[in-house]
Ligand binder design. Structure first.
Ligand code: ADP
Ligand code: ADP
Ligand code: SF4
Ligand code: MG
Ligand code: MG
Lengths: 264, 264
């Protein structure tokens, strides 16, 4: 089983990347589940065509007694045979933002989900890798960081790399690589990935159809049935199935990152 | 004393906005302190010209015994008479990301900082408004949310508005308004602000000098000594000193936000 955690700063394109990757695995006949771990709870929107009920909504409906929750209350069928889950998040300002992500990971374990799927993808907010937001690191074998050629997304990637280094000591996943999204090349992401001992898995260009996917609720494979636009995802799914090198990254000291990348 | 908390999603321009606002208050002769509350610890970079030592660095140096810390170990002099503090953040993956922000707010209270300044600005990461990241809400009277005309920053603004509603019940600050940054108008921010019972304080255009300020370490008032580019900040500082209406916002149900703002 491939257990993948996708991290990156908010708005960088994690959900878009994850959904199209899940779809690519589904099209390759692999039984796949995608778990959205962002309070924004729209990770699986293009796979289901709507905003599915979140774990936090279901938990609130039964006064947070996880024993009372059935599997089909939180796992929904999506396109290409991909099953979908959305953790959601407690309202901002109340409790720990990552709490529900941690609970979701535990619930899936309780349902024995790990043995039912060939691919599992966690799509996680990476601005703070603390509390429940770091739980998916513990339950995955490989991590993909989505960034672009700008300071903020690489700074967030460096913090995620730090968290990977810490969590892998207790069995957490290691780094498969970085994805440069909405980019024509990897001019900043590439040197950074190499510097931390990793590499760029793929570069995904800016694409207008993808930009509107939150409105059209389509994956790249529906937007372009020829599979051309979906190329980067189909190719990456094949490579991940074949196995890519996994490393424990060596993050760059933050102050050095500033002097190297300073301004966009 | 004006106690202002500036919130917004990561990378939206909170620090740029805060530093120029602090500079505008300083130029108006008001004794001002700016407190960076983002693990990125670059909030006051254009005010000091460098990355000042963070509270977390100072705390780690004395095994987190806050009693041993002196005021001048964490408060540094910046331009225009603005004093600067950076909370910093624990390494990602270790403990609560917001912990240090909470500790910083407590330390400043211990030093009696609240009575020494006429203006205090907290610059806070707004992706998750939980743990210590919500502490500045408790210690401020008014909140300014920085957004732009896109879905992600408005979704984050809505979560921040939710947190304001919760924290104001125990004495937390209320909403002064939203700022549309890197925008030529407030076409999405405006209707959203009105919808939650607030308004747009100012629209700040995209500006190349501002974009490079992380490299040049300059506020707008050094880039343009005529004060023209700094106009929005000078004007807003005056209005905040005169007093703007403060409201308890009524956030929009999240699913409604999706149907209204769906795609960029
Ligand atoms: N390669 C791309 N080209 C164009 N738009 C993109 C691309 N990747 C993501 N987007 C757009 O960026 C926005 C944020 O993407 P999303 O996947 O929701 O980010 P995240 O999950 O990291 O918050 C969405 O509107 C999405 O359509
Ligand atoms: N009005 C603007 N015009 C151009 N660039 C801007 C503007 N506001 C912010 N920026 C740039 O955006 C980047 C992120 O801004 P920053 O203030 O660091 O965001 P935050 O503090 O919210 O993470 C910086 O490179 C900054 O120079
Ligand atoms: S651990 Fe992280 S997610 Fe939880 S309260 Fe602290 S800052 Fe928020
Ligand atoms: Mg997402
Ligand atoms: Mg900042």
């Amino acid at each position: 089983m491939l257990k993948i955690a996708v991290y990156g700063k908010g708005g960088i394109g994690k959900s878009t990347f994850s959904s199209n990757l899940s779809a690519a695995f589904g099209r390759a006949g692999k039984k796949t589940i995608q778990v959205g771990c962002d309070p924004k709870h729209d990770s699986t929107f293009t796979l289901t065509g709507n905003l599915i009920p979140t774990v936090v909504e279901v938990l609130s409906g039964c006064k947070f007694k996880t024993d009372e929750i059935e599997r089909d209350e939180i796992i929904f069928k999506g396109k290409f045979g991909v099953d979908c889950v959305e953790a959601g998040g407690p309202p901002a300002g109340a409790g720990c933002g990552g709490y529900v992500v941690g609970e979701t990971v535990k619930l899936l374990e309780k349902f024995g989900v790990y043995k039912d799927y060939e691919v599992m993808i966690f799509d996680v907010l990476g601005d703070v890798v603390c509390g429940g937001f770091s739980a998916p690191l513990q339950h995955s074998e490989q991590v993909i960081i989505v960034a672009t050629n700008d300071f903020d997304s690489i700074f967030a990637a460096n913090r995620i790399a730090t968290a990977i280094g810490i969590k892998q000591k207790t069995g957490g996943g290691t780094l498969a690589g970085l994805v440069a999204n909405r980019a024509s090349n990897a001019e900043l992401v590439g040197p950074y990935a190499a510097r931390i001992g990793s590499s760029v898995l793929t570069v995904i260009p800016e694409n207008d159809g993808v930009r509107k996917s939150r409105l059209t609720a389509q994956t790249v494979f529906e937007q372009d049935p020829t599979g051309f636009i979906g190329g980067p995802w189909t190719n990456l799914a094949q490579r991940l199935l074949a196995g890519v090198p996994l490393v424990v990254p060596t993050p760059i000291p933050e102050r050095e990152l500033f002097s190297q990348l300073g301004a966009d």
